[in-house]
Ligand binder design. Structure first.
Ligand SMILES: O=C[C@H](O)[C@H](O)COP(=O)(O)O
Ligand SMILES: C=C(OP(=O)(O)O)C(=O)O
Length: 450
C-alpha cells in the first residue's frame, strides 16, 4: 500500500455525496480531534475478517451482513444494540445449523451513520407552503427533523459518530464475548419472541435440537470448545464521508500499512464507485477487507477495472462485490458480470444485497420493499452462481431486531396500510425480526441445496 493521499488531494478528485459545510474551520477542528482518537478496531481483527471472507469466497463459510439502513444517535441504546445483535445471532444460528456452514457475522453497525441520497434537497408542504431544505444525509451529517437548523450539516456530528460507534462496539464486544452469545442461550434469545409466530416455533424446535446436540457432545466428552461460548462479530459501514474516514485512518504498527480503524470492513456505495473518484482512490490505499456495491448499470469491464484498482495483488478476502440488481434484473444482469470476472481469474467474494434494487414508494407515501422480491433476488443470486459453478459467498440485508412494519409481505402478510403501524426507519425500510428469521430459514434451505 502506498502512502494515503491527503484529504485535499482526495477532494480534488471529485467526491460525490459529500455534505456542504458552511464553517471550514469547524470541519478542520473536528477532523483534527478525530485524528487523536484511539482506534475503534484493530488491524489484526480486520485481517482475521479478511481471512474469513476469503474462506466464504471458496465456499467454506457464508457471510451474513446485516443491520440498520441508517443508525441514529438516539438509537444507540443498550436495548437497541442487543436486539440488533440478537436477531443477527439468531439468523446466523439458523444458517449454521440448517446449512452446516460457518457464518461470518458482520453488522451494519457501529458506524453506519452517513447516507448517500438521490437528491440533495427535500421539499415538503409546511403549513400550506412548499419548503425546500437540505436532504437528511444521516446523523453523521444533519438531523432528521425538517427544520433549517436541524438540516444544517454540522461537523460536530462527526465526533458524535465516533462516540456512538465506540459505545455500540463496546457493548457488542461485551455481549459476544461475555456470555450472551453462548450457544446455550439459543432459547433465551427467543424467550419473549412471539410464541404464536410460526417462525418463532420453527426456531424453538431448532434451538431444542441444538441443545440436545450440545448435551450429547458434553456427555461423550467431546469437549466444550471456546467457539460455543463466544462469537466473532465484525462491524461494517459505508465509508462515505471522507473527513471522517480519512481522520480514522491509521498506520498499523505491525505492517506499516494504513487501515481504516473505524470499522472492520468498509464499503463503497453504488453512488460513489466512480473509478477515478475520491472514494475508490481512498479505498485503494487502505488494507481493510472492503466491499464495493455493483448495481444494474455496472458492466463487467467496470467490475474488472474496480478490482484491478482496489485489489491489484488479487489478495483473497480483500474485495467483496456486493451486487444489488433487484429481483427483476438479477437473472439477466448478474451472469455476464460473474462470468467475466471469474474468467479473468479475479479473486472476489460475491455477496447479494437483496434490498437496494427492490425499493419503491407506496401510494400512501412509504418507502418499502416486498419480502417476496427480497427472497426472489436471493434465489436468483443462488441460481446464477449454481448455473455458472461459482460461489454465492453471502447476503447483505437491512434489518432490525424490533417488530417494525417497514417491508410488506412475509409470513405476517404485512400490507401497505399496515406500514403506518410502526414505520421507524429514517431512510430505507428494514426487515423486522420475524421477517429476518423467515429469510434466514429460506436462505438456509438455498444454501443447503447449493
Ligand atoms: O440506503 C440507500 C440510499 O441511501 C437510499 O436508498 C437513498 O434513498 P433516496 O432515494 O430516498 O435518497
Ligand atoms: C446506500 C446503500 O446502498 P447502495 O449504495 O447500494 O445504494 C446502503 O447499503 O446503505
Amino acid at each position: 500500500m502506498s502512502e494515503i493521499p491527503s484529504l485535499e488531494q482526495l477532494h480534488a478528485l471529485g467526491a460525490a455525496q459529500q455534505p456542504t459545510y458552511d464553517d471550514p474551520a469547524a470541519v478542520a477542528a473536528a477532523v483534527a480531534r478525530l485524528r487523536t482518537m484511539p482506534p475503534l478496531v484493530f488491524a489484526g481483527e480486520c485481517d482475521d475478517l479478511k481471512a474469513k471472507i476469503a474462506a466464504a469466497s471458496r465456499g467454506e463459510a457464508f457471510i451474513l451482513q446485516g443491520g440498520d439502513c441508517a443508525e441514529t444517535f438516539v438509537g444507540a441504546t443498550a436495548d437497541n444494540v442487543r436486539n440488533k445483535l440478537r436477531v443477527l445471532l439468531q439468523m446466523a444460528v439458523v444458517l449454521t445449523y440448517a446449512a452446516s456452514v460457518p457464518v461470518v457475522k458482520v453488522g451494519r453497525l457501529a458506524g453506519q451513520y452517513a447516507k448517500p441520497r438521490s437528491s440533495d434537497k427535500e421539499t415538503r408542504q409546511v403549513d400550506g407552503e412548499s419548503v425546500t431544505l437540505p436532504a437528511y444525509r444521516g446523523d453523521a451529517v444533519n438531523g432528521f427533523d425538517f427544520t433549517p437548523e436541524s438540516r444544517r450539516p454540522d461537523p460536530q456530528r462527526l465526533l458524535e459518530v465516533y462516540h456512538a460507534s465506540a459505545s455500540t462496539l463496546n457493548l457488542v464486544r461485551a455481549f459476544t464475548t461475555g456470555g450472551y452469545a453462548d450457544l446455550r442461550q439459543v432459547h433465551t434469545w427467543n424467550s419473549e419472541f412471539v410464541r404464536n409466530s410460526p417462525v418463532g416455533q420453527h426456531y424453538e424446535a431448532m434451538a431444542s435440537e441444538i441443545d440436545r446436540a450440545l448435551t450429547f457432545m458434553q456427555a461423550i466428552g467431546a469437549g466444550d470448545p471456546d467457539e460455543f461460548h463466544r462469537v466473532d462479530f465484525y462491524s461494517s459501514h459505508e465509508a462515505l464521508l471522507l473527513e471522517y474516514e480519512h481522520a480514522m485512518t491509521r498506520i498499523d504498527s505491525r505492517t506499516e500499512n494504513p487501515y481504516n480503524v473505524s470499522g472492520h470492513m468498509v464499503w463503497i456505495g453504488e453512488r460513489t464507485r466512480q473509478l477515478d473518484g475520491a472514494h475508490v482512490e481512498y479505498f485503494s490505499h487502505i488494507s481493510n477487507p472492503i466491499g464495493c456495491k455493483l448495481g444494474p448499470t455496472a458492466t463487467a469491464d467496470d467490475a474488472l477495472a474496480l478490482a484491478a484498482k482496489l485489489n491489484p495483488t488479487n489478495e483473497p478476502g480483500r474485495l467483496t462485490f456486493i451486487t444489488r440488481f433487484g429481483a427483476e434484473r438479477i437473472r439477466d444482469g448478474l451472469p455476464h458480470l460473474v462470468e467475466k470476472v471469474t474468467a479473468e481469474g479475479v479473486d472476489v467474494a460475491w455477496v447479494c444485497d437483496a434490498m437496494h434494487g427492490n425499493t419503491f414508494e407506496t401510494s400512501n407515501g412509504y418507502k418499502t420493499r416486498r419480502f417476496e422480491d427480497v427472497l426472489d433476488e436471493v434465489q436468483g443470486f443462488f441460481d446464477v452462481h449454481r448455473a455458472l459453478g461459482t460461489i454465492p459467498a453471502g447476503i447483505l440485508v437491512e434489518n432490525t431486531g424490533d417488530d417494525v412494519t417497514e417491508i410488506i409481505g412475509g409470513g405476517e402478510e404485512l400490507d401497505e396500510l399496515g406500514l403506518a403501524h410502526r414505520y421507524e426507519s429514517v431512510v430505507d425500510p428494514r426487515l423486522n425480526r420475524v421477517q429476518s428469521l423467515e429469510l434466514a430459514f429460506l436462505v438456509a434451505e438455498m444454501l443447503r441445496r447449493a
